[in-house]
Design a protein. Sequence first.
Length: 101
Amino acid sequence: MNKLVTTLTACLFAVTMHAPVFAADAAKQDAKAQKELAEGDYKAAKAKADSREDAAKEECEKLSGADQRACKKRADAAADRAKAEAKADRDHAKANAKAMK
């Protein structure tokens, strides 16, 4: 009985000593997954902004002269804002992932 208790105690001690290593690996995997998710979200948001810009510019073609130029500038500005927001979100998520490590 003493051998069993001693063996179980030794095993428990060994597992306890390795628990922080397993937690660190899990944190690294979570950080990597978060970075990959942030990159995918960024690419999707950028594509969405581009397609909205193209659609808006097609609507601008119905106008002429100064109105058309102003319409295209608004479409460009809206796309630039959306892309900048997506980039900021990605950078923030990456910083959070880096802090998780």
